[in-house]
Design a protein around this ligand. Sequence first.
Ligand code: GDP
Ligand code: GDP
Ligand code: MG
Length: 307
Amino acid sequence: MKLFSSFKGKLGKPRTNIVGRLAAVVTGQKQLDDKLLTEVEATLIQADLGVDTSLQIVEQLRERVKKNGLTSPTELPGLIRDLLLEMISPQPEEVAGSDLTIAPVHVILVVGVNGTGKTTTIGKLMKFYRDAGYSVLVGAADTFRAAATEQLAVWCERNDVPLIKSQSGADPAAVAFDTVTAALARGSQVVIIDTAGRLHTRKNLMQELEKIHRVIGKRIPGAPHEVLLVLDATTGQNALTQAGMFAAAAGVTGLVLAKLDGTARGGIAIAIHKEMQIPVRFVGLGEGIDDLAPFDPQEYVKAIFED
Ligand code: GDP
Ligand code: GDP
Ligand code: MG
């Protein structure tokens, strides 16, 4: 799956917003002065780029204005793009998605707060791994709501992927156990396990996650190989806060930023990439089966600033 081929078109909102707002700020301005830079700063913060990053960028803009004698406000968007590209580290190859290094039975546990997009992301992930040539098995360990399993079953059917489930109210750890057991028996290569939404502050629910973790590891040593935390991009800076707190509590190895198509404040993807030690593995760009892309921060910045 090539990253931005399918990506750019779907970045409508974040793109028009950041570039559009910057354009609006600089258009008609004759002078690249302090007042204008202050407006640029506000625009970047409003795009959810994060206060620190926004201040850093504007500080560097000031320096460049002084040093290079920049005078034209229309140069600003391009400069900001270049500064961002310098500031963000590229994603390591193995994280970027194309060369998936995976265990013989690769178990992915998907966690997060209610409604962030976990189940939908799993639906897209099935497609992603199927397209990459792997056999996939899915486990419905969100036993809390009856509708949760049905929703997952629809995605499994669409992807022609088998689903291991239990009745509503069953112990999610038992479903997880059944799922990895079935994966071993069938020789499935990628196992994806859905879980109920929970807040990191709910101690018993976090313990439930630990139990799922433990049970999977007992069946397959080293599993789960990935714990993906799904975040809702439309919640902006809250998503970043959530990532920090959840990651510490649940052994998260990767992030998925869902609903990036639904926010005009696309800076959040850059902020999360910059602030978190855990990589953003994928971004969600819609409700469709193909609306998932591996995240590449450099490509993302380029896509956002492209004319
Ligand atoms: P869960 O509770 O975390 O499992 O969340 P769901 O997968 O059920 O998703 C909650 C809502 O968000 C649903 O209406 C999804 O269709 C929607 N959703 C999930 N991912 C995306 C996305 O990337 N873009 C958009 N626009 N909607 C999404
Ligand atoms: P409360 O009103 O704060 O007590 O919370 P709820 O009982 O409404 O639950 C909030 C959310 O936490 C639910 O939608 C579930 O996703 C999750 N949750 C609550 N209790 C359980 C539980 O026993 N098991 C699991 N897996 N999730 C739960
Ligand atoms: Mg769900």
